[in-house]
Design a protein around this ligand. Structure first.
Ligand SMILES: Cc1cc2nc3c(=O)[nH]c(=O)nc-3n(C[C@H](O)[C@H](O)[C@H](O)COP(=O)(O)OP(=O)(O)OC[C@H]3O[C@@H](n4cnc5c(N)ncnc54)[C@H](O)[C@@H]3O)c2cc1C
Length: 489
């Protein structure tokens, strides 16, 4: 019996799990995938928006503004990267200049630092702005993070502080036991009972709610809205140094260029409503639109240096805004649903709101005295050189290069395997330590990562998966019984 069961270990579920683990509550976190942060949290622009974009009076505006203020300290506390890049929103026509001025006034009303720049002032900051750009608004507090790095860090702290995390546990049924406050939750691997549920299931949140909803129809629907991206290699000469947004339209913030915390450049996303909740494939049409539209705001994008393309699904709710509330028809069932953009920026504030305004109605929030903080992962590229040299002297695995593109050593990979919520798959290692994120996309390092995982987990190499149970990498040895043939070699 748990006090609270959180369904979905994306950024929202992970913030909730970690924040709830501060209190004397028993918490279960159920995730359908083989790792945390495999949904929208893994495929987005990674921007902590300043908060000028959402409409007045929405949850999006409220949580984005508050969340953006919280991130800097949170990232320091969790030992994860936060790059305070700043941003330019750029106008390319008199109509867009008018919209931009309205945005500027809105930013000022929300106490978000902002400044209007002439074309020349903007060009001084970003020489690769297109010839069409006439005016810009600078948002100095905009930053970028690595979304899965922070979600994994949150999950680690949650587990260190008593949260029960069950991966590969898709929720297939929820019933409220008659005349009780107890929910019974079914997964293929087990049945759990809990006094309260928080639904953070991303593009599946409407289906989860439909399992318990008392009405004839679920109270909301989620449509997957796909966004596709190009990832550009790390280059000595940066195309842009900060986030470059076009003036937003009714379908979103538009196609932007943004540096990542690890030095790549992201170009995207488009926005297309689709039916497939697993539709994270990229398309020729989507990507050519991205390529065409970015030219309006940024020039000299090195499209010959693309190393990857990917897509993510926004969980677009039918109401337009986030849905963060206790269900009217099912007490103690809380929806954190329809969390599309700016869900990442808003996540800490959504968690704070749910705990202080909703969970507190049913549970006493008594803080634990011995809350444990995680140790940051060992990243040589983020260490001062003296510390790095000392580490290599102490442990030679930190001198054994596994990923040549990203310069990731065996020691760094061992560190991410042997932690709370440690990596169990090739993708899990890639998300935590970055081998395979570089130019060769794992061509060189992937077999070595498989070997290390098999050795450290004590399983056969054929048991190591890329990600979920179906993503088999190796089916057996070739030439296992080869005797050298006639030549005897
Ligand atoms: C293209 C794109 C660009 C974006 N850019 C930004 C940005 O720059 N800044 C920003 O602030 N926001 C951005 N967002 C929005 C942000 O990424 C999301 O709002 C946020 O990641 C949502 O987090 P989540 O935890 O709600 O959902 P998810 O990360 O999708 O997590 C939901 C989890 O629930 C699990 N789940 C589903 N069904 C079940 C089940 N039956 N049982 C158990 N588990 C289940 C899933 O496997 C998944 O892990 C962007 C989104 C996209 C797609």
């Amino acid at each position: 019996m748990y006090d609270i069961c959180i369904i979905g270990a994306g950024i929202i579920g992970c913030f909730l799990a970690r924040d709830l683990s501060r209190y004397r509550l028993s918490v279960l976190l159920l995730e359908k995938d083989a790792d945390v942060a495999n949904g929208a949290t893994m495929a987005n622009s990674a921007i902590i928006h300043a908060g000028d974009d959402p409409e007045d009076g929405t949850y999006k505006a409220r949580f984005n503004v508050r969340g953006a203020l919280m991130y800097r300290d949170l990232c320091r506390e969790l030992g994860v990267a936060f790059l305070e890049t700043s941003a330019l929103v750029v106008a390319t026509s008199p109509e867009e200049e008018t919209t931009l001025m309205m945005r500027y006034e809105r930013a000022c009303r929300r106490n978000i630092p902002a400044r209007i720049l002439s074309r020349d002032e903007a060009l001084e900051k970003e020489p690769n702005l297109s010839d069409l750009v006439t005016m810009a608004m600078e948002l100095p507090t905009t930053g970028v993070i690595c979304p899965w790095e922070i979600a994994i860090a949150l999950a680690e702290e949650a587990v260190m502080n008593g949260t029960d995390l069950r991966l590969e546990s898709p929720v297939t049924g929820i019933v409220r036991l008659p005349d009780t406050d107890i929910f019974r939750i079914t997964t293929p691997g087990g049945i759990y009972e809990t006094r309260s549920v928080i639904n953070c299931a991303g593009v599946y949140a409407d289906r989860i709610y439909a399992m318990v909803s008392q009405g004839d129809a679920p109270g909301f629907t989620v449509t997957p809205r796909r966004g596709e991206y190009y990832v550009i290699d790390k280059l000595r000469e940066k195309t842009v140094n900060r986030v470059i947004y076009p003036v937003p339209s009714s379908v979103g913030k538009g196609i932007l260029a943004t540096p990542t915390v690890d030095g790549n450049l992201l170009i995207g996303p488009n926005a297309l409503d689709i039916d497939d909740r697993e539709g994270i494939n990229t398309t020729a049409e989507g990507l050519s639109l991205v390529r065409e539209k970015i030219g309006k705001t940024v020039r000299n994008v090195p499209f010959d240096k693309i190393i990857r393309q990917f897509a993510g699904l926004r969980a677009k709710g039918n109401g337009g805004d986030f849905l963060v509330e206790e269900a009217g028809d099912v007490k103690r069932f809380i929806n954190a649903a329809c969390i599309d953009s700016p869900g990442l920026s808003s996540a800490p504030a959504i968690s704070e709101y749910i705990i202080t305004e909703i969970v507190s109605r049913y549970f006493s929030l008594i803080e634990k005295e011995d809350f444990l903080h995680r140790r940051p992962t060992l990243r040589l590229d983020r260490m001062p050189s003296a510390e790095r040299e000392e580490l290599v002297r102490r442990d030679p695995t930190f001198a054994h290069m596994i990923c040549r593109c990203e310069k990731i050593t065996e020691g760094e990979i061992l560190d991410v395997i042997h932690r709370e919520v440690g990596a169990r798959t090739v993708k899990g290692v890639k998300k935590r330590a970055r081998p395979g994120m570089g130019r060769c996309q794992g061509g060189f390092c992937e077999p070595r990562v498989v070997e290390i995982l098999a050795r450290e987990l004590g399983v056969a190499k054929t048991d190591i998966r890329y990600d979920d149970a179906e993503s088999v990498l190796l089916t057996g040895e070739t030439k296992a019984d080869f005797d050298g043939g006639e030549a005897g070699v």
